[in-house]
Design a protein around this ligand. Structure first.
Ligand code: ADP
Ligand code: MG
Length: 272
């Protein structure tokens, strides 16, 4: 059964899409069949993986949500074998409004993803920067949520708001929802505040804070303009290495106790 993880933070520009693309591609390199759902009308996860508007046409996650096509019809395989995308474009911004009157409006994405859980080991959802109906759909469909955050003072307030929203959804709509982890992004080790914020998060969330941090790395910001995950753009970069490490932690946390699956570094395609 595939695991569904929402990549969420109500703040924009904190590294959600960068994390979604690069964790999804690292999972695929570790031989996990992976689907990335682009759930942001900005469509950055789609374009960042080289999917063009011509390829997408009128088969997006929006069209699947409103019943104009099946989710299978939206899926596009990327340049990286084993990594698939359900793309989005600006049409998705209409869904927030159009779904308001719909029956079980919070469960739409959950229903769409159910038949895909047997086909993929992991399904990641790149959420928009808000806690609106799209994000509620994502959290309702998910087994867990992963929060990328920048080490800034206000990030802590945002984090507690987000965790309490997730708690509400867990109580009302999705009892199994868990925190997958908190990932520090664009980390600057020379900045004292960054260390203070990291310590504070560690104090409150303990093991839920990923041991690996993602440094600020120009290759991570350049890769999407080439339509590639950083692994295919510059595998030696600090950014690529960081996301491989984070993904290794995710795989370890989710390793079934009785079933040995190759971890990153153990499979031939991952020995890079
Ligand atoms: N670790 C990083 N180092 C350098 N630039 C980064 C890093 N993470 C993200 N970025 C850049 O920061 C901007 C915002 O990141 P993005 O992943 O799009 O955030 P979000 O999806 O949360 O809005 C993008 O231009 C992205 O390329
Ligand atoms: Mg984004």
């Amino acid at each position: 059964m595939g695991k569904i993880i929402s990549i969420i933070n109500q703040k924009g520009g904190v590294g959600k899409t960068t994390s979604a693309i690069n964790i999804a591609s690292s999972l695929a390199v570790a031989e996990r069949q992976t689907l990335l759902i682009d759930f942001d009308p900005q469509g950055n996860a789609s374009s960042g993986l080289g999917i063009t508007p011509e390829q997408i046409g009128d088969k997006t996650i929006y069209h699947a949500l409103v019943g104009q096509c099946s989710i299978e019809e939206t899926l596009k395989e990327t340049e990286l074998p084993g990594l698939w995308v359900a793309p989005a474009d600006q049409n998705l911004s209409g869904a927030e409004v159009e779904l308001v009157g719909a029956i079980a409006r919070e469960q739409k994405l959950k229903k769409l993803l159910e038949p895909l859980k047997d086909r993929f080991h992991y399904i990641l959802i790149d959420c928009p920067p808000s806690l609106g109906l799209l994000t509620i759909n994502a959290l309702t469909a998910s087994d867990s949520y992963l929060v990328p955050m920048q080490c800034e003072y206000f990030s802590l307030e945002g984090l507690s708001q987000l965790v309490s929203t997730a708690g509400l959804i867990q109580g009302a709509l999705n009892p199994k929802l868990e925190l997958e982890g908190i990932l520090l992004t664009m980390f600057d080790a020379r900045n004292n505040l960054a260390h203070q914020v990291a310590d504070e998060v560690k104090k409150h969330f303990g093991e839920k804070l990923f041991r690996s941090v993602v440094p600020r790395n120009v290759k991570l910001s350049e890769a999407p303009s080439h339509g590639k995950p950083v692994l295919l753009y510059d595998i030696e970069s600090k950014g690529a290495r960081a996301y491989l490490e984070v993904t290794k932690e995710i795989i370890e946390r989710n390793m079934p106790k009785n079933k040995a699956q190759p971890a990153i570094g153990e499979s031939p395609s991952a020995s890079i």
